[in-house]
Design a protein. Sequence first.
Length: 341
Amino acid sequence: MINKIIKLKKIIKYLSLHNKEDLYFFKIKYLGKKGILNSLFKDFKKIHSKYEKKKIGKILNELKKNILEKINNNKKINKSNNTDINFNTDITLPGKKINYGSIHPISIIEKKILKIFNNIGFNFISGQEIEDDWHNFTALNFEKDHPSRDMQDTFFFKKNNSFLLRTHTSSVQIRYMKKNTPPIRIISSGKVYRNETISAKSNCMFHQIEGLCVDKKISFLDLKKNIEYFIKNLFGNKKIRIRPSYFPFTEPSLEIDVLLGKKKKNHIKMTKGTGWLEIMGCGMVDPNVLKNVNIDPNIYSGYAFGLGIERIAILYYEIDDIRMFLENDLRFLKQFNFLNY
Ligand code: DAH
């Protein structure tokens, strides 16, 4: 018993109480009805030897004194406000549930993609959503009568038809090249707008990521290697297919497909039965585009790429309706908590 009391004295000596809560539990633990001190006094009563009683009684009283001193010395923290524990509260009640927010799947995918390109030297730059015809179309080598300039596709501002909501993030390339000289390695992301019928597959507003690299001796191989690196980092070892395509601002132009296969029903639906899903457009920057921003195409060359974030998110999370992204349905959004980030 003596050893136990000596040990307790030591513990009390070095114990520090930080707030009201500590003090409250200290009191209960040592002075409470079923507390340590009471139980020691009960044991003490059972001792018969007078000699033992005297010896243990002395040290037990010392312990009691130490406990009271500790409480006295810490009375101040009882008055201070450094904890918001309310002693009228029933602490046995279950705690309040904390609701964590979630991160939107588009933001998750956007950050993932930007990080991959950032790792290989692409710097993020932001663009603007209201553009003029020159930055969105003309400088990007769109012919005057190109169908995408059509009123059906583009949201023009009523008062002044030369302003519009950008239809793609490629306009960022033009703004950046006008103000900067090569070497250029940039990545940008943001909202784009198209006057399309809303359906499970398309919406009038969606998100794109745009990349541009311009320097001396940039070749097709650089483009291919970077795209392969990107897809490997995002999807792992999925098979890809590179197809010739057409964009006014790249020559040659390509489209990249990822093999989903035909095993799952929604993969068949998403790929229109081919098993291949188109995920991005890219190509070597057309010399006319470089000329439009006063970069000499005889000295410099470059590649560009653009991809729709919704498309990648659909693929990544197996979502089958693009409209879900904008509906703010908590049952949908809650699935993407910060742990998935
Ligand atoms: N701007 C194109 C679109 O909206 C995507 C794109 C394709 C961007 C090829 C590029 C590119 O930079 O090289 O469909």
